[in-house]
Design a binder for this molecule. Sequence first.
Ligand code: 5GP
Ligand code: MG
Length: 180
Amino acid sequence: MVDERVEVLFPGAEVDARVGELAREIKDRVPADVTVVGLLKGSFMFMADLIRAMDDEGMTPKVEFLQVSSYGLETTSSGRVKVIGDLPGSVGGRPVLLVDDIQDTGRTLKFTRDLLVENGADPVWTCALLDKPERRAVEIEADFVGFVIPDVFVVGYGIDYAENFRHLPFIGRLAPEGEV
Ligand code: 5GP
Ligand code: MG
């Protein structure tokens, strides 16, 4: 579906190709039976593609999700990270690959990585589909990154603005209010 407010940054085919490469990078460094923990909701589409790409590489990942929230309905981070619901109970003593849609200030990945480590996950790798290095506010760099992008607001491929646009099969930039 075409929406004039959304400009395509990475077409679906480009995302597919990069996810395939990411799975190959992951296979070289991470045990085949790693538990992949996706942060909801933004990572759900990336997770579905990534674990199938990992299967293509002969890996046998387990899959968990964790719901966190930091943005609410705004386009700028509140700086707070909140876990909604329970932690996956099965990470103790397990290798874990923590997956998020976007590494922005880094607070979400750092907070959730520390939480998994406190709950016995060992070792923990981190993966972000998109990375905005300009915006980093805490010390963390994801072990695996899909695409490095400038400080623009993105939607699509699971990523929302006020719960809209998650269904888009590509990653796009949402024009600021008034620009379109
Ligand atoms: P951080 O904690 O690194 O500042 O932010 C990470 C979270 O902020 C991401 O999981 C994502 O939910 C949200 N976020 C950061 N940049 C964007 C963006 O451009 N678009 C959307 N929709 N969410 C973003
Ligand atoms: Mg998020």
